[in-house]
Design a protein around this ligand. Structure first.
Ligand code: AKB
Length: 308
């Protein structure tokens, strides 16, 4: 990666990824784009990813050799507006893949644990398994995984990607996801000393701390392509927990912290359709995926950073 265009650069992952990429490859090597304007430390352009011609022009003028396509609606928001989600998630991805084909760009886009469904094995979910998701987000993610495979086998585009679990960060709040409770809980623990969870006790989901997610993107993009068997949609996870376990971990630092439950049926149904814990062994074997943070070390870091 030398000249990288990032879509969705102001989103939960994009806003931290751009900083990391600029630290590694240089400020001017990363063109951040998003549908809304923002003050940036480096090159920035407004881009609606449903406008393929503008995406092509921006990537070409920048001299990009890499596209990191992050712009997408998350699971809960997509469920509220499925038609818009289809148009944005699939239209944006098609444009990004086409621009990558036309300009011969290396390509990354994330899939998600949302690409699995209720008939998927719930524990130690294999890399290659049944995928019949019951959400629009999941339908988009499965179709996206297949499209990325297609662009590699049909056109030779160097497509790569992972299935992200819920991502937890102190820097940028997520928006519209099912796993967001695991971020909100830290904010509320510090601000109010209590949290009301919209996800029921006992609901396990895979999670990862943002620094590990960003490192995974860089590591996969830098990996030797000849060693990749899967290329796209690698299962990666750092931990799996349910709400009372993250609450107990926070209580080790804030003993008075309490949690109540007021379950949101929409997000609970989505969570119930996802795995408890996925198997990341293909990512470990093919490109050396490794997470540094577990629940305990992530909690120490989150609380320390948020208190500041
Ligand atoms: C969401 O909850 O929608 C995302 C995801 C797991 O893809 N965080």
């Amino acid at each position: 990666m030398k000249k990288i265009i990032v879509t969705g650069a102001l989103g939960q992952i994009g806003s931290e990824l751009v900083g990391k990429l600029r630290a590694i490859y240089g400020t001017d090597a990363v063109l951040a784009t998003d549908i809304r304007a923002a003050q940036q430390d480096g090159p920035f352009e407004i881009l609606d990813v449903t406008e393929g011609k503008r995406m092509h022009e921006l990537a070409k003028d920048f001299g990009a050799d890499t596209m990191i396509h992050m712009a997408a609606l998350l699971s809960a928001t997509a469920e509220k507006n499925p038609v818009f989600a289809w148009n944005l998630n699939m239209g944006g991805l098609m444009n990004a893949l086409e621009v990558s084909r036309e300009l011969n760009l290396q390509f990354f886009t994330p899939s998600s644990i949302g690409a699995f469904g209720p008939s998927t094995p719930k524990d130690n979910t294999p890399q290659d398994t049944l995928q019949r998701p019951t959400t629009m987000y999941g339908v988009n993610k499965v179709a996206g995984e297949l499209l990325c495979d297609y662009y590699f086998t049909r056109f030779g585009v160097d497509t790569r990607g992972v299935r992200f679990p819920g991502l937890i960060s102190y820097a940028t709040p997520p928006g519209g996801g099912t796993t967001d409770y695991a971020v909100d809980i830290y904010y509320k623990a510090i601000e109010e000393g209590k949290y009301t969870s919209y996800i029921a006790e006992g609901t396990y989901m895979d999670m990862m701390y943002m620094p590990d997610a960003l490192q995974a993107i860089v590591d996969l993009m830098e990996a030797d392509g000849s060693k990749l068997v899967h290329r796209n949609a690698f299962n990666i996870s750092a931990m799996s927990f349910e709400p009372s376990q993250i609450a107990a971990e926070i209580q080790k630092h804030i003993p008075s912290f309490t949690v109540e439950y007021d379950v949101d049926p929409v997000r609970q149904a989505i969570a119930d359709s996802w795995p408890n814990a996925i198997d990341s062994s293909a990512a470990k074997a093919e490109w050396g995926f490794k997470a540094q943070y577990d629940l305990a070390s992530m909690t120490v870091d989150m609380l320390e950073k948020l208190k500041k």
